[in-house]
Design a protein around this ligand. Sequence first.
Ligand code: EPZ
Length: 420
Amino acid sequence: MDKLIVEGGRRLKGKVKISGAKNGSLALIPAAILAPGIYHLENTPNLRDVWTMSQLMNSLGAFCELNGDSLFLDSREINNFEAPYELVKKMRASFYVLGPLLARFGQASVSLPGGCAWGPRPVDLHLKGLERLGATVEIEHGFVKATAKKLKGARFNFDVSSVGATGNILMAATLAEGNTLLTNAATEPEITALARFLVKMGAKIEGIGTTQLEIEGVDELKPVDEITIPDRIEAGTFLIAAAMTQGEIEIQNVNPYHLSSVLTKLEDTGCEIDVTGENIYLKMDNQPEAVDFITGVYPGLPTDLQAQWVAYMLTAKGSSRITDTIYHDRFKHVPELQRLGADIQLIENSAIIEGGKKLSGASLMSSDLRGSAALVLAGLVAEGKTDILRIYHLDRGYERIEQKFISLGASIKRVKTELI
Ligand code: EPZ
Protein backbone atom coordinates (compact mmCIF):
# COMPACT_ATOMS: atom_id res chain seq x y z
CA MET A 1 0.00 0.00 0.00
CA ASP A 2 1.33 3.45 -0.83
CA LYS A 3 0.79 6.70 0.99
CA LEU A 4 1.48 10.31 0.07
CA ILE A 5 3.29 12.67 2.44
CA VAL A 6 2.37 16.29 1.68
CA GLU A 7 4.21 19.25 3.20
CA GLY A 8 1.94 22.30 3.39
CA GLY A 9 2.75 25.94 2.70
CA ARG A 10 4.01 25.91 -0.90
CA ARG A 11 2.43 28.16 -3.53
CA LEU A 12 1.85 26.30 -6.83
CA LYS A 13 3.55 27.91 -9.80
CA GLY A 14 4.22 26.75 -13.34
CA LYS A 15 2.61 24.76 -16.15
CA VAL A 16 1.03 21.31 -16.19
CA LYS A 17 -0.34 19.20 -19.07
CA ILE A 18 -3.70 17.63 -18.34
CA SER A 19 -4.25 13.98 -19.32
CA GLY A 20 -7.07 12.50 -21.37
CA ALA A 21 -10.44 12.07 -19.68
CA LYS A 22 -10.74 8.96 -17.52
CA ASN A 23 -14.52 8.93 -17.94
CA GLY A 24 -14.12 9.57 -21.65
CA SER A 25 -11.86 6.53 -22.12
CA LEU A 26 -14.08 4.35 -19.94
CA ALA A 27 -16.92 4.97 -22.41
CA LEU A 28 -14.91 4.63 -25.65
CA ILE A 29 -13.25 1.32 -24.76
CA PRO A 30 -16.49 -0.72 -24.35
CA ALA A 31 -17.87 0.88 -27.54
CA ALA A 32 -15.19 -1.10 -29.42
CA ILE A 33 -17.20 -4.24 -28.60
CA LEU A 34 -19.86 -3.08 -31.07
CA ALA A 35 -17.65 -3.51 -34.16
CA PRO A 36 -14.98 -6.25 -34.45
CA GLY A 37 -11.64 -4.78 -35.48
CA ILE A 38 -8.56 -2.82 -34.47
CA TYR A 39 -8.73 0.58 -32.74
CA HIS A 40 -6.11 3.12 -31.67
CA LEU A 41 -7.40 5.36 -28.86
CA GLU A 42 -4.96 8.25 -28.33
CA ASN A 43 -4.65 10.57 -25.29
CA THR A 44 -5.79 7.68 -23.10
CA PRO A 45 -4.87 8.39 -19.45
CA ASN A 46 -2.47 5.81 -18.00
CA LEU A 47 -4.25 5.16 -14.70
CA ARG A 48 -5.80 2.37 -12.66
CA ASP A 49 -9.40 2.53 -13.96
CA VAL A 50 -8.21 2.27 -17.58
CA TRP A 51 -6.04 -0.71 -16.59
CA THR A 52 -9.12 -2.32 -15.00
CA MET A 53 -11.24 -1.68 -18.10
CA SER A 54 -8.46 -3.15 -20.27
CA GLN A 55 -8.34 -6.20 -17.97
CA LEU A 56 -12.10 -6.59 -18.37
CA MET A 57 -11.91 -6.35 -22.17
CA ASN A 58 -9.10 -8.92 -22.22
CA SER A 59 -11.24 -11.23 -20.02
CA LEU A 60 -13.97 -11.02 -22.69
CA GLY A 61 -11.47 -12.16 -25.34
CA ALA A 62 -10.44 -8.78 -26.75
CA PHE A 63 -6.82 -7.63 -26.78
CA CYS A 64 -6.13 -4.34 -25.06
CA GLU A 65 -2.69 -2.81 -24.57
CA LEU A 66 -1.78 0.66 -23.30
CA ASN A 67 1.61 2.13 -24.28
CA GLY A 68 2.03 5.57 -22.75
CA ASP A 69 -1.19 7.30 -23.75
CA SER A 70 -1.88 5.15 -26.80
CA LEU A 71 -4.35 2.33 -26.35
CA PHE A 72 -4.25 -0.50 -28.91
CA LEU A 73 -7.50 -2.49 -28.95
CA ASP A 74 -8.48 -5.56 -30.98
CA SER A 75 -12.10 -6.64 -30.49
CA ARG A 76 -12.27 -9.35 -33.19
CA GLU A 77 -11.91 -12.38 -30.88
CA ILE A 78 -14.43 -11.56 -28.14
CA ASN A 79 -15.89 -14.92 -27.07
CA ASN A 80 -16.87 -14.44 -23.44
CA PHE A 81 -19.90 -12.37 -22.46
CA GLU A 82 -19.54 -12.27 -18.67
CA ALA A 83 -18.14 -9.37 -16.61
CA PRO A 84 -17.05 -10.87 -13.26
CA TYR A 85 -17.90 -9.47 -9.83
CA GLU A 86 -14.27 -8.82 -8.87
CA LEU A 87 -13.85 -6.42 -11.79
CA VAL A 88 -17.27 -4.74 -11.66
CA LYS A 89 -16.92 -4.26 -7.88
CA LYS A 90 -13.55 -2.56 -8.47
CA MET A 91 -14.95 -0.23 -11.06
CA ARG A 92 -18.61 0.55 -11.68
CA ALA A 93 -17.88 1.64 -15.24
CA SER A 94 -17.42 -2.07 -16.06
CA PHE A 95 -21.20 -2.01 -16.35
CA TYR A 96 -20.75 -0.19 -19.65
CA VAL A 97 -20.05 -3.51 -21.41
CA LEU A 98 -23.64 -4.66 -20.93
CA GLY A 99 -25.24 -2.71 -23.79
CA PRO A 100 -22.52 -3.37 -26.39
CA LEU A 101 -22.31 -7.12 -25.60
CA LEU A 102 -26.08 -7.40 -25.89
CA ALA A 103 -26.19 -5.44 -29.14
CA ARG A 104 -23.42 -7.45 -30.86
CA PHE A 105 -23.85 -10.95 -29.36
CA GLY A 106 -27.47 -10.97 -28.10
CA GLN A 107 -26.34 -11.93 -24.61
CA ALA A 108 -24.49 -10.53 -21.60
CA SER A 109 -24.00 -11.37 -17.96
CA VAL A 110 -22.65 -8.52 -15.85
CA SER A 111 -22.27 -8.49 -12.09
CA LEU A 112 -24.32 -5.88 -10.29
CA PRO A 113 -21.87 -3.16 -9.20
CA GLY A 114 -23.16 -2.92 -5.64
CA GLY A 115 -22.53 0.29 -3.72
CA CYS A 116 -19.44 2.45 -3.39
CA ALA A 117 -17.80 4.35 -0.53
CA TRP A 118 -20.55 6.92 -0.42
CA GLY A 119 -23.63 4.82 -0.77
CA PRO A 120 -25.89 2.97 -3.24
CA ARG A 121 -25.24 3.27 -6.94
CA PRO A 122 -28.44 2.00 -8.64
CA VAL A 123 -28.51 0.66 -12.22
CA ASP A 124 -32.28 0.53 -12.67
CA LEU A 125 -32.22 2.98 -15.60
CA HIS A 126 -29.68 0.83 -17.46
CA LEU A 127 -31.93 -2.23 -17.08
CA LYS A 128 -35.22 -0.46 -17.86
CA GLY A 129 -33.67 1.06 -20.98
CA LEU A 130 -32.46 -2.29 -22.29
CA GLU A 131 -35.87 -3.84 -21.59
CA ARG A 132 -37.47 -1.03 -23.62
CA LEU A 133 -35.17 -2.07 -26.47
CA GLY A 134 -36.63 -5.58 -26.23
CA ALA A 135 -34.05 -7.32 -24.03
CA THR A 136 -35.02 -9.93 -21.45
CA VAL A 137 -33.30 -8.95 -18.21
CA GLU A 138 -33.06 -11.19 -15.14
CA ILE A 139 -31.11 -10.82 -11.90
CA GLU A 140 -29.57 -14.07 -10.70
CA HIS A 141 -26.97 -14.56 -7.94
CA GLY A 142 -25.91 -10.90 -8.13
CA PHE A 143 -25.61 -10.92 -11.90
CA VAL A 144 -27.65 -9.12 -14.54
CA LYS A 145 -28.36 -11.66 -17.28
CA ALA A 146 -29.64 -10.01 -20.44
CA THR A 147 -30.61 -11.65 -23.74
CA ALA A 148 -32.12 -10.37 -26.98
CA LYS A 149 -32.36 -12.03 -30.38
CA LYS A 150 -32.32 -8.57 -31.96
CA LEU A 151 -32.80 -5.28 -30.12
CA LYS A 152 -35.65 -3.14 -31.39
CA GLY A 153 -35.65 0.67 -31.43
CA ALA A 154 -37.96 2.32 -28.90
CA ARG A 155 -38.63 5.53 -27.01
CA PHE A 156 -37.11 5.79 -23.53
CA ASN A 157 -37.04 8.59 -20.97
CA PHE A 158 -34.34 8.75 -18.29
CA ASP A 159 -36.31 9.69 -15.18
CA VAL A 160 -32.97 10.76 -13.65
CA SER A 161 -30.19 12.15 -15.83
CA SER A 162 -27.60 9.36 -15.85
CA VAL A 163 -24.20 9.43 -17.59
CA GLY A 164 -23.69 5.66 -17.47
CA ALA A 165 -27.22 4.68 -18.41
CA THR A 166 -27.21 7.13 -21.33
CA GLY A 167 -23.94 5.63 -22.55
CA ASN A 168 -25.12 2.06 -22.21
CA ILE A 169 -28.47 2.55 -23.95
CA LEU A 170 -27.00 4.78 -26.65
CA MET A 171 -24.42 2.12 -27.55
CA ALA A 172 -27.06 -0.62 -27.60
CA ALA A 173 -29.44 1.43 -29.75
CA THR A 174 -26.88 1.93 -32.55
CA LEU A 175 -27.35 -1.71 -33.65
CA ALA A 176 -31.06 -2.03 -32.82
CA GLU A 177 -33.64 -2.51 -35.58
CA GLY A 178 -35.42 0.79 -36.23
CA ASN A 179 -35.33 4.14 -34.46
CA THR A 180 -34.71 4.93 -30.79
CA LEU A 181 -35.61 8.24 -29.14
CA LEU A 182 -33.90 8.98 -25.82
CA THR A 183 -35.16 11.89 -23.73
CA ASN A 184 -33.55 13.49 -20.67
CA ALA A 185 -30.28 11.95 -21.86
CA ALA A 186 -27.05 13.05 -20.15
CA THR A 187 -25.10 15.76 -22.00
CA GLU A 188 -21.77 15.42 -20.17
CA PRO A 189 -18.83 15.96 -22.59
CA GLU A 190 -17.85 12.30 -22.21
CA ILE A 191 -21.26 11.24 -23.56
CA THR A 192 -21.09 13.76 -26.42
CA ALA A 193 -17.63 12.41 -27.26
CA LEU A 194 -18.97 8.83 -27.15
CA ALA A 195 -21.80 9.77 -29.54
CA ARG A 196 -19.32 11.38 -31.94
CA PHE A 197 -17.13 8.27 -31.77
CA LEU A 198 -20.14 6.06 -32.57
CA VAL A 199 -21.01 8.27 -35.57
CA LYS A 200 -17.41 7.93 -36.81
CA MET A 201 -17.99 4.15 -36.52
CA GLY A 202 -21.05 4.52 -38.78
CA ALA A 203 -23.86 5.01 -36.28
CA LYS A 204 -26.72 7.36 -37.13
CA ILE A 205 -27.32 9.73 -34.18
CA GLU A 206 -29.12 13.09 -34.19
CA GLY A 207 -29.25 15.61 -31.31
CA ILE A 208 -25.68 15.02 -30.12
CA GLY A 209 -24.93 17.36 -27.20
CA THR A 210 -28.59 17.72 -26.29
CA THR A 211 -30.86 15.85 -23.87
CA GLN A 212 -32.79 14.36 -26.79
CA LEU A 213 -30.95 11.74 -28.86
CA GLU A 214 -32.46 10.07 -31.93
CA ILE A 215 -30.70 6.92 -33.12
CA GLU A 216 -31.47 5.10 -36.36
CA GLY A 217 -30.22 1.54 -35.94
CA VAL A 218 -27.75 0.17 -38.52
CA ASP A 219 -26.74 -3.40 -39.36
CA GLU A 220 -23.08 -2.97 -38.53
CA LEU A 221 -20.43 -0.50 -37.44
CA LYS A 222 -16.73 -0.31 -38.28
CA PRO A 223 -13.63 0.16 -36.11
CA VAL A 224 -12.06 3.65 -36.08
CA ASP A 225 -9.29 5.52 -34.26
CA GLU A 226 -10.04 8.36 -31.81
CA ILE A 227 -8.38 10.96 -29.61
CA THR A 228 -9.87 11.07 -26.09
CA ILE A 229 -11.06 14.48 -24.88
CA PRO A 230 -9.13 16.15 -22.03
CA ASP A 231 -10.05 15.38 -18.43
CA ARG A 232 -12.15 18.31 -17.17
CA ILE A 233 -12.14 16.96 -13.60
CA GLU A 234 -8.35 16.68 -13.42
CA ALA A 235 -8.19 20.19 -14.90
CA GLY A 236 -10.60 21.53 -12.27
CA THR A 237 -8.66 19.79 -9.51
CA PHE A 238 -5.41 21.55 -10.48
CA LEU A 239 -7.11 24.94 -10.87
CA ILE A 240 -8.61 24.67 -7.39
CA ALA A 241 -5.25 23.53 -5.97
CA ALA A 242 -3.55 26.60 -7.45
CA ALA A 243 -6.27 28.92 -6.12
CA MET A 244 -6.03 27.39 -2.61
CA THR A 245 -2.26 27.97 -2.44
CA GLN A 246 -2.58 31.52 -3.86
CA GLY A 247 -0.47 30.39 -6.76
CA GLU A 248 -0.12 31.05 -10.46
CA ILE A 249 -0.43 28.18 -12.97
CA GLU A 250 -1.23 27.41 -16.57
CA ILE A 251 -2.97 24.13 -17.33
CA GLN A 252 -2.49 22.84 -20.89
CA ASN A 253 -4.29 20.43 -23.23
CA VAL A 254 -7.76 21.22 -21.87
CA ASN A 255 -11.14 22.17 -23.34
CA PRO A 256 -12.09 25.33 -21.39
CA TYR A 257 -15.68 25.09 -22.65
CA HIS A 258 -16.11 21.91 -20.56
CA LEU A 259 -15.25 23.89 -17.41
CA SER A 260 -17.31 27.07 -17.95
CA SER A 261 -19.33 26.83 -14.73
CA VAL A 262 -16.22 26.05 -12.67
CA LEU A 263 -14.25 28.97 -14.14
CA THR A 264 -17.11 31.32 -13.27
CA LYS A 265 -17.11 30.08 -9.67
CA LEU A 266 -13.33 30.42 -9.39
CA GLU A 267 -13.60 34.05 -10.60
CA ASP A 268 -16.34 34.64 -7.99
CA THR A 269 -13.80 33.65 -5.31
CA GLY A 270 -11.36 36.27 -6.64
CA CYS A 271 -9.19 34.32 -9.08
CA GLU A 272 -7.79 35.98 -12.20
CA ILE A 273 -8.44 33.62 -15.13
CA ASP A 274 -7.37 33.84 -18.78
CA VAL A 275 -8.37 31.32 -21.44
CA THR A 276 -6.21 30.95 -24.57
CA GLY A 277 -7.06 28.09 -26.90
CA GLU A 278 -6.45 24.82 -25.04
CA ASN A 279 -4.78 26.52 -22.06
CA ILE A 280 -6.20 28.08 -18.91
CA TYR A 281 -4.11 30.53 -16.83
CA LEU A 282 -5.10 31.10 -13.18
CA LYS A 283 -3.58 33.53 -10.68
CA MET A 284 -4.73 34.06 -7.11
CA ASP A 285 -3.10 36.69 -4.89
CA ASN A 286 -5.54 36.83 -1.98
CA GLN A 287 -7.51 34.75 0.45
CA PRO A 288 -10.58 33.54 -1.51
CA GLU A 289 -14.09 34.84 -0.93
CA ALA A 290 -16.43 32.17 0.44
CA VAL A 291 -18.63 31.02 -2.47
CA ASP A 292 -21.43 28.43 -2.34
CA PHE A 293 -21.31 25.43 -4.72
CA ILE A 294 -24.33 23.40 -5.80
CA THR A 295 -23.64 20.43 -8.06
CA GLY A 296 -25.84 19.64 -11.04
CA VAL A 297 -25.84 17.81 -14.34
CA TYR A 298 -23.67 19.25 -17.12
CA PRO A 299 -23.12 22.13 -17.83
CA GLY A 300 -23.72 22.75 -14.10
CA LEU A 301 -21.05 22.33 -11.44
CA PRO A 302 -19.75 18.71 -11.51
CA THR A 303 -20.26 16.49 -8.48
CA ASP A 304 -16.74 15.20 -9.20
CA LEU A 305 -15.36 18.57 -8.06
CA GLN A 306 -17.54 18.90 -4.95
CA ALA A 307 -14.97 17.43 -2.56
CA GLN A 308 -12.21 19.61 -4.00
CA TRP A 309 -14.39 22.71 -3.55
CA VAL A 310 -14.99 21.76 0.10
CA ALA A 311 -11.20 21.71 0.57
CA TYR A 312 -10.88 25.07 -1.21
CA MET A 313 -13.50 26.76 0.97
CA LEU A 314 -11.54 25.78 4.10
CA THR A 315 -9.15 28.61 3.12
CA ALA A 316 -11.90 31.15 2.35
CA LYS A 317 -13.05 34.23 4.26
CA GLY A 318 -16.35 33.36 5.95
CA SER A 319 -19.05 30.75 5.60
CA SER A 320 -20.00 28.70 2.51
CA ARG A 321 -22.54 25.97 1.74
CA ILE A 322 -21.69 23.12 -0.62
CA THR A 323 -24.61 20.97 -1.75
CA ASP A 324 -24.43 17.77 -3.78
CA THR A 325 -27.72 17.22 -5.64
CA ILE A 326 -26.38 14.19 -7.54
CA TYR A 327 -24.99 12.05 -4.70
CA HIS A 328 -26.44 13.10 -1.35
CA ASP A 329 -23.93 11.10 0.70
CA ARG A 330 -20.73 11.99 -1.14
CA PHE A 331 -19.04 13.52 1.92
CA LYS A 332 -16.62 10.85 3.21
CA HIS A 333 -13.87 13.46 2.92
CA VAL A 334 -15.48 15.68 5.60
CA PRO A 335 -14.53 13.72 8.76
CA GLU A 336 -10.97 13.41 7.43
CA LEU A 337 -10.76 17.16 6.78
CA GLN A 338 -12.06 17.77 10.28
CA ARG A 339 -8.96 15.93 11.56
CA LEU A 340 -6.91 18.81 10.12
CA GLY A 341 -8.97 21.29 12.17
CA ALA A 342 -11.56 22.15 9.54
CA ASP A 343 -14.86 23.61 10.76
CA ILE A 344 -17.44 21.76 8.65
CA GLN A 345 -21.00 20.79 9.55
CA LEU A 346 -22.95 18.25 7.50
CA ILE A 347 -26.67 18.93 7.10
CA GLU A 348 -28.40 16.42 4.79
CA ASN A 349 -26.65 16.73 1.40
CA SER A 350 -24.83 19.96 2.28
CA ALA A 351 -21.54 20.82 3.94
CA ILE A 352 -21.50 24.15 5.81
CA ILE A 353 -17.97 25.46 6.10
CA GLU A 354 -16.54 28.19 8.35
CA GLY A 355 -13.42 29.07 6.38
CA GLY A 356 -10.13 30.53 7.53
CA LYS A 357 -9.50 28.16 10.46
CA LYS A 358 -5.90 27.08 11.01
CA LEU A 359 -5.29 23.65 9.47
CA SER A 360 -2.53 21.45 10.88
CA GLY A 361 -1.20 18.34 9.16
CA ALA A 362 -2.40 14.88 10.25
CA SER A 363 -2.73 11.30 8.96
CA LEU A 364 -5.80 10.91 6.75
CA MET A 365 -7.56 7.94 5.17
CA SER A 366 -8.78 8.03 1.57
CA SER A 367 -12.05 6.27 0.85
CA ASP A 368 -12.94 7.32 -2.70
CA LEU A 369 -11.33 8.89 -5.73
CA ARG A 370 -12.36 12.53 -5.57
CA GLY A 371 -12.47 12.60 -1.77
CA SER A 372 -8.81 11.60 -1.72
CA ALA A 373 -8.00 14.43 -4.15
CA ALA A 374 -9.60 16.81 -1.64
CA LEU A 375 -7.33 15.44 1.10
CA VAL A 376 -4.25 16.13 -1.04
CA LEU A 377 -5.44 19.68 -1.69
CA ALA A 378 -6.04 20.28 2.02
CA GLY A 379 -2.54 18.90 2.75
CA LEU A 380 -1.09 21.55 0.43
CA VAL A 381 -2.33 24.31 2.77
CA ALA A 382 -2.18 22.58 6.19
CA GLU A 383 0.74 23.42 8.45
CA GLY A 384 3.38 20.68 8.53
CA LYS A 385 3.05 17.18 7.14
CA THR A 386 -0.13 15.38 6.08
CA ASP A 387 0.00 11.63 5.40
CA ILE A 388 -2.69 10.34 3.05
CA LEU A 389 -3.25 6.58 3.20
CA ARG A 390 -4.88 4.15 0.72
CA ILE A 391 -4.01 6.31 -2.27
CA TYR A 392 -4.91 3.52 -4.64
CA HIS A 393 -8.22 5.41 -4.69
CA LEU A 394 -6.39 8.45 -6.07
CA ASP A 395 -4.48 6.37 -8.60
CA ARG A 396 -7.79 5.23 -10.10
CA GLY A 397 -8.44 8.62 -11.62
CA TYR A 398 -5.24 10.69 -11.69
CA GLU A 399 -2.18 9.93 -13.81
CA ARG A 400 1.20 10.62 -12.08
CA ILE A 401 -0.49 13.03 -9.69
CA GLU A 402 2.45 13.61 -7.38
CA GLN A 403 4.85 14.21 -10.30
CA LYS A 404 2.47 16.83 -11.70
CA PHE A 405 2.15 18.57 -8.31
CA ILE A 406 5.93 18.41 -7.71
CA SER A 407 6.48 20.05 -11.13
CA LEU A 408 4.35 22.93 -9.81
CA GLY A 409 6.47 23.28 -6.67
CA ALA A 410 4.50 21.20 -4.20
CA SER A 411 6.30 19.05 -1.61
CA ILE A 412 4.73 15.63 -2.09
CA LYS A 413 6.29 12.20 -1.95
CA ARG A 414 4.95 8.68 -2.34
CA VAL A 415 6.18 6.09 0.13
CA LYS A 416 5.43 2.41 0.61
CA THR A 417 3.71 1.62 3.88
CA GLU A 418 2.80 -1.57 5.70
CA LEU A 419 -0.34 0.15 7.00
CA ILE A 420 -3.40 -1.03 5.16
C1 EPZ B 1 -20.53 8.88 -13.94
O1 EPZ B 1 -20.95 7.87 -13.04
C2 EPZ B 1 -19.06 9.13 -13.62
N1 EPZ B 1 -18.30 7.90 -13.82
C3 EPZ B 1 -18.92 9.60 -12.17
O2 EPZ B 1 -17.56 9.93 -11.96
C4 EPZ B 1 -19.76 10.86 -11.97
O3 EPZ B 1 -19.70 11.23 -10.61
C5 EPZ B 1 -21.21 10.57 -12.38
O4 EPZ B 1 -21.27 10.09 -13.73
C6 EPZ B 1 -22.08 11.83 -12.29
O5 EPZ B 1 -21.58 12.81 -13.15
C7 EPZ B 1 -17.97 7.53 -15.07
O6 EPZ B 1 -18.28 8.21 -16.03
C8 EPZ B 1 -17.19 6.26 -15.19
P1 EPZ B 1 -24.84 8.56 -13.10
P2 EPZ B 1 -22.39 7.14 -13.25
O7 EPZ B 1 -25.48 7.33 -13.63
O8 EPZ B 1 -22.65 6.98 -14.70
C9 EPZ B 1 -28.64 7.98 -10.37
C10 EPZ B 1 -15.46 9.85 -10.93
O9 EPZ B 1 -15.10 10.32 -9.84
N2 EPZ B 1 -28.88 6.76 -11.14
O10 EPZ B 1 -24.77 9.78 -13.97
O11 EPZ B 1 -22.39 5.93 -12.40
C11 EPZ B 1 -27.42 7.90 -9.46
O12 EPZ B 1 -27.76 7.31 -8.23
C12 EPZ B 1 -16.78 9.14 -11.02
O13 EPZ B 1 -14.81 9.94 -11.99
C13 EPZ B 1 -30.06 6.06 -10.95
O14 EPZ B 1 -30.90 6.44 -10.14
O15 EPZ B 1 -23.37 8.23 -12.63
C14 EPZ B 1 -27.03 9.35 -9.30
O16 EPZ B 1 -27.81 9.95 -8.30
C15 EPZ B 1 -17.45 8.99 -9.68
N3 EPZ B 1 -30.29 4.93 -11.68
C16 EPZ B 1 -27.40 9.97 -10.65
O17 EPZ B 1 -28.29 9.03 -11.28
C17 EPZ B 1 -29.38 4.46 -12.60
O18 EPZ B 1 -29.66 3.43 -13.27
C18 EPZ B 1 -26.22 10.18 -11.57
O19 EPZ B 1 -25.54 8.95 -11.71
C19 EPZ B 1 -28.19 5.18 -12.78
C20 EPZ B 1 -27.96 6.32 -12.05
